[in-house]
Write a protein that binds this ligand. Structure first.
Ligand code: UTP
Length: 474
């Protein structure tokens, strides 16, 4: 084995097994392994081994001092309509001034959906089968037109899907967006380790690396230069959303207005949980801080607890829609003393090389992946707030191939939304008891991407089309 300082560092850290097969690798493979090893922060792995691995799997978060979080009620749920109107106006001013950039986290592995390709390329709309990225692109394009300021759009990819994502955008000519305003960058990776903290190999020349979680977006935004670019362009608010949710209002002026009015560094949308057992995180307070407690960490008895009015005591579900202040992200990314996001462990079956260098596909969990979650940044933010939204306006993710949160439920939610917009503007449309029209229709985001823009576009139509099967408003 040649003398590489990196190899010596790994040996000193007790991670010499990473280079066990180095001598039988080709020079190219050796370079590849060295490059992967250079990505790893050995001190971080040692710290995680001491802390996270020392705990038993699933050792939950502390529940000490937990209480339900306050939130800004939507007007449909008793919120102050005049205050919401003021928030919307303030948000529109910020958009007109170019202060907002869109940000999609698209680096996940999408294992549950089981789709071959980046999840953002999954066809999702009811008639035209537009892919998720296409839907977001048109919403962002339309918002830029509405406010007279085109937006920058940052997309966080993974090492596995980066090239395919960029190729997809190029093939579709960036869906009409200015390509200089669409920025894809890779998120970081973390090595998988066995239960004693030893880094695993997936090939003699390759470490078992996986994406570092959506929380890795904070570091990746800084590393990619996105924050510097925003600063140069006068943008200070990132509108964060997930790649799997085509209903999301990527750009929501009222939400932006609340964020600004409260001087918040990180704002989050919530929906009332549909039922006690719904698998979403819960907004809570704990010792004066706003936090999100995962469904797996909140005992079922607490999830089912009700208040005096008979509603859930912990109703506020996290739907992963946030606004982030640019300099807050920078502060978090710096990882300075006391501001770093924590890692979580996930015990997984990780295909890896055994001591003899043979690839083993384990039948039960044999190791741990480390991930950061973006909502863990909330307690570090100044004046973080939670703002209520209606689920039907913002949230219908595609997570699973079938059943709950699947392409079918998402298609139905889009149809309901289009039907609601049409009915609210006086179109003759019949829906069944579930709010579904009897046939497929589609509204392009370029026609209308939320209630307001739809109403404006509908009003401008010289002759209103008959609402019938296959109607596309483009
Ligand atoms: P999910 O928690 O749904 O995970 O991600 P996933 O990896 O996409 O899907 P499964 O669990 O394997 O089925 C929520 C959002 O966070 C992004 C995803 O792309 C999605 O938009 N994400 C997740 C990242 O960008 N990076 C990650 O490391 C993890």
């Amino acid at each position: 084995m040649g003398s590489y300082p990196l190899i010596e560092q790994f040996a000193r850290a007790g991670q010499g097994q990473v280079f066990a097969h180095f001598d039988r690798c080709s020079p190219l493979e050796q370079q590849a392994l060295l490059a992967e090893a250079a990505e790893i922060d050995l001190a971080e792995i040692a710290r995680l081994t001491r802390t996270l691995l020392a705990k038993s799997a699933g050792a939950g978060a502390s529940l000490d001092g937990l209480a339900p979080a306050p939130y800004e009620r939507h007007p449909s749920n008793g919120g102050d309509a005049a205050a919401w109107a003021r928030a919307k106006a303030a948000g529109e001013v910020a958009l007109t001034a170019g202060r907002v950039a869109a940000f999609t986290v698209a680096g996940g592995q999408g294992t549950r959906l089981g789709y071959d390709g980046p999840k953002g390329t999954f066809p999702v709309t009811p008639v035209l089968r537009k892919p998720l990225f296409h839907v977001f692109a048109e919403k962002i394009l339309a918002a830029g037109r509405r406010y007279g300021k085109p937006l920058h759009w940052f997309i966080m990819t993974s090492h596995a899907n980066h090239d395919a994502t960029e190729a997809f955008f190029a093939e579709h000519k960036w869906f009409g967006l200015d390509r200089a305003r669409v920025h894809c960058f890779r998120q970081g990776r973390m090595p998988a380790v066995d239960f004693s903290g030893k880094i695993l190999l997936e090939a003699p020349h390759a470490i078992a690396l996986s994406p570092d979680g959506h929380g890795g977006s904070l570091r990746a935004l800084e590393r990619s230069g996105a924050l510097d670019l925003m600063k140069r362009e006068g943008a200070d608010i990132l509108s964060y959303f997930q790649v799997d949710n085509p209903l999301v209002r990527c750009i929501d002026p009222a939400f932006i207005g609340w964020h600004l009015a409260r001087g918040s560094e990180m704002s989050s949308k919530m929906v009332t949980k549909a039922y006690a057992e719904e698998k979403v995180g819960h907004f809570c307070t704990q010792h004066g801080k706003l936090v999100v407690v995962e469904y797996s960490d909140l005992p079922m008895a607490m999830q089912r607890e009700t208040d005096a009015a008979g509603g859930l005591r912990y109703p506020a579900g996290n739907i992963a829609i946030h606004l982030l202040d640019r300099e807050f992200v920078r502060r978090m990314a710096s990882g300075g003393e006391g501001v770093a996001l924590p890692f979580h462990r996930a015990d997984k079956k990780i295909p890896c090389l055994d001591a003899a260098g043979q690839l083993v596909k384990p039948e039960k969990a044999n190791g741990v992946k480390f991930e950061m979650f973006v909502f863990d940044a909330i307690p570090f933010a100044r004046h973080p707030i939670v703002v209520e939204t209606r689920r039907a306006d913002d949230f219908s993710p595609v997570k699973n191939a079938e059943g709950v949160d699947s392409p079918q439920t998402c298609r139905d939610d889009q149809l309901r939304q289009f039907a609601r917009w049409l009915a609210a503007n006086g179109a003759a449309i019949e829906t069944d008891a579930r709010g579904l029209p009897g046939f497929p229709i589609e509204v392009s985001p370029l026609f209308g991407y939320d209630e307001d823009s739809f109403a404006d576009a509908w009003r401008r139509l010289a002759s209103k089309p008959a609402v019938q099967s296959g109607l596309v408003l483009a």
